[in-house]
Design a protein around this ligand. Structure first.
Ligand SMILES: O=P(O)(O)OC[C@H]1O[C@H](OP(=O)(O)OP(=O)(O)O)[C@H](O)[C@@H]1O
Ligand SMILES: O=C(O)c1cc(=O)[nH]c(=O)[nH]1
Length: 177
């Protein structure tokens, strides 16, 4: 079994929740991918790091992150998987709004200005969340090399329409949904 096979099995068994649910966009759906159940899982998270690094192996970037909260453990997993491979990869967190006190930052972590970065998400339905992160990153002076998600729920068209490279480890079809 490859990392990708193992991750797919982890998602299917731990993260697919059937039932009526309201999504981030306000859309109604009859299933939810609760990917935090794998991005914060001790078995699945290390696999996520490796799968997402492999998915973007041809890209040149040295920092990874996205809109909090879904993106945060994905970025952390990639940072650690990269370190295990002898590569230094920083992570960052894009806040939903600029912090009002302290350093008053919108993007937390090592500075992204002038750097090539990868914007990640756990899943994306409309693309709104990763595109919010991309906008904040560009504002901060970063060059976004691509957007990458673990599971795409339909955001490809909107993300690629912005001229962005879009990578996804799995689609709903892979999950049989
Ligand atoms: O492509 P989109 O239509 O934006 O939807 C997907 C977003 O929804 C989820 O986060 P959510 O908005 O529930 O917020 P959270 O990460 O703070 O829990 C998920 O982590 C994505 O960020
Ligand atoms: O569109 C969303 O809000 C969404 C869908 C989904 O399956 N999982 C998730 O975390 N968010």
């Amino acid at each position: 079994m490859t990392d990708r096979d193992n991750l797919l099995a982890e998602i299917k068994t731990k993260a697919v929740v059937h039932g009526k649910v309201t999504l981030s966009s306000g859309l109604e759906a009859d299933f939810y991918l609760d990917l935090r159940r794998i991005t914060l899982d001790g078995v699945a998270a290390p696999i996520i790091g490796r799968v997402m690094l492999d998915l973007t192996a041809d890209l040149d970037y040295d920092a990874v992150g996205g809109l909090t909260l879904g993106a945060d453990p994905v970025a952390g997993a990639m940072l650690h998987a990269a370190a295990a491979r002898g590569r230094t990869l920083d992570a960052f967190v894009v806040r939903k709004a600029q912090k009002a006190h302290g350093m008053q930052r919108r993007i937390e972590g090592p500075d992204v200005k002038g750097r090539r970065v990868l914007a990640v998400e756990d899943t994306s339905t409309t693309g709104a969340s990763p595109l919010t992160a991309v906008e904040a990153l560009k504002e901060a002076g970063a060059e976004v090399v691509a957007v990458a998600t673990i599971v795409d729920r339909g955001a490809r068209e909107r993300i690629t329409a912005e001229g962005l490279d879009y990578r996804t480890a799995f689609t709903l079809k892979d999950l049989g949904l």
